[in-house]
Design a protein around this ligand. Structure first.
Ligand code: CIZ
Length: 395
């Protein structure tokens, strides 16, 4: 059976943990942007953190629900009441009205969505406020408003804006106000179907790769998709190019998924002739086309778990998830396509010391790191999120 050991380069900013390091021993370059935390939590070793997290969780009982995104490390996932992708976790946040505290072990945009969808009495907490998403940061409201103005002035048809879940709440509100919708990698095809029933053209942000791969799945040819570069006038496009486009793709990307290449897939096929290759649709078009299948993290997890014993899987997504799938499927060979990987560096910022800190605060009646979306933003973002929640999963 192939070992899923991950080589870590000495200068890498983040490492996959085999044994948990106390927070003050995490490499300083990785920690430099993290939220400061009381000194008492800096030196706590793994077993002590486990003991204190377990005690705080037990004390809070049914007042607390912990949500863990698939990309979280195992030392966090083991405390999650539910784990899943952002779609599943947003549904849970909308359904679990009885929990007073929702501790979201994920990144900022996910906690914002949970706040929007949960009841007003519930408090959503993100253990480390520095856990953001570099792709989400690639689109901001001013640039999107500017793009929208240029598009609506240039194109006469109705344009439907779609934002990927990985975006700030004010962008979700923008699409809600403008007749659009939120999508995740698990329902993007259903969202495109819906959107093309509302209008002839789409503006998709911030991930150009998910937008392009979904466009291709949907039969839109490459020459009917243009990329919008927010640093250039008219996004770097001529008025004719914009008028000819059915999909305008924002120039954003996920650095974790851009590490995968078609060359890695060729090498994996050579080494394991019977392997099936499954990748995430945030990978480039070349990688998605070289793979056998592509889909969301939920899809990848389910697909491998339900495959016959002895199956061999080369996977192109975040390493914590790939390693977890490998461990939970010991009767199969599961390996990451990239031999030198780095986990999602912002998800990694949820170190157990942060979880311990926020939970112990709650036990003492102190709510730290609450994520609150203002009412007007939440009102319109909810419109776009609820449209999304009514879509079926397609991958
Ligand atoms: O939607 C999510 O949670 C992300 C970021 C990826 C996926 O496919 O689950």
């Amino acid at each position: 059976m192939l070992q899923t050991l991950v080589p870590v380069l000495p200068d890498t900013e983040c490492q996959t943990d085999y044994t948990l390091e106390p927070l003050d021993q995490v490499a300083p370059p990785a920690r430099k942007k993290w939220q400061p935390i009381p000194d008492d939590y800096l030196h706590l070793p793994g077993p002590e953190l486990d003991r204190r997290i377990a005690a705080a969780k037990a004390a809070l009982g049914s007042k607390l629900v912990i949500l863990g995104h698939h990309y979280q490390r195992d030392e966090i996932i083991k405390w999650a009441d539910y784990r899943g992708d952002s779609f599943k976790l947003s549904q849970l946040a909308a359904d679990r009205k009885e929990a007073e505290y929702i501790v979201f072990c994920g990144v900022h945009f996910m906690a914002e969505s949970a706040d929007i969808l949960s009841a007003p009495s519930q408090k959503v907490i993100l253990p480390n406020l520095a856990a953001g998403c570099s792709m989400a940061d690639m689109a901001n409201i001013d640039d999107v408003e500017e793009c929208w103005q240029a598009l609506t002035e240039t194109i006469e048809d109705t344009i439907i804006p779609i934002t990927y879940m990985n975006s700030a709440a004010n962008l979700k509100a923008f699409v809600g106000r403008n007749g659009g919708i939120v999508c995740t990698s698990s329902n993007a095809v259903a969202v495109y179907e819906w959107a093309f029933q509302q209008g002839k053209r789409l503006l998709f942000f911030p991930d150009q790769h998910l937008g392009r791969n979904t466009g291709l799945k949907f039969g839109v040819p490459l020459n009917e998709m243009v990329v919008w570069d927010p640093t250039k006038p008219r996004g770097g496009n001529s008025p004719e190019a914009l008028r000819g486009a059915r999909i305008v793709l924002w120039q954003g990307w996920c650095s974790t998924h851009l590490r995968f290449t078609a060359g890695q897939i060729a090498a994996a096929r050579q080494r394991f002739p019977g392997a099936r290759i499954v990748v995430h649709p945030e990978c480039t078009m070349e990688v998605v086309q070289a793979a056998d299948e592509n889909g969301s993290t939920e899809y990848i997890n389910k697909r491998i778990s339900e495959s016959p014993p002895g199956s061999i899987w080369g996977v192109g997504t975040e390493i914590n998830l790939v390693n977890r799938i490998a461990r939970e499927n010991p009767d199969k060979t599961v390996f990451c396509l990239d031999p030198i990987v780095c986990p999602c560096s912002t998800m990694y910022r949820i170190h157990p010391a942060y979880l311990c800190w926020v939970l112990e605060g709650l036990v003492e009646g102190k709510v730290v790191n609450q994520i609150v979306v203002d009412d007007e933003t939440a009102r319109w973002a909810r419109v776009a999120l609820e449209r999304m929640l009514s879509m079926r999963r397609t991958s």
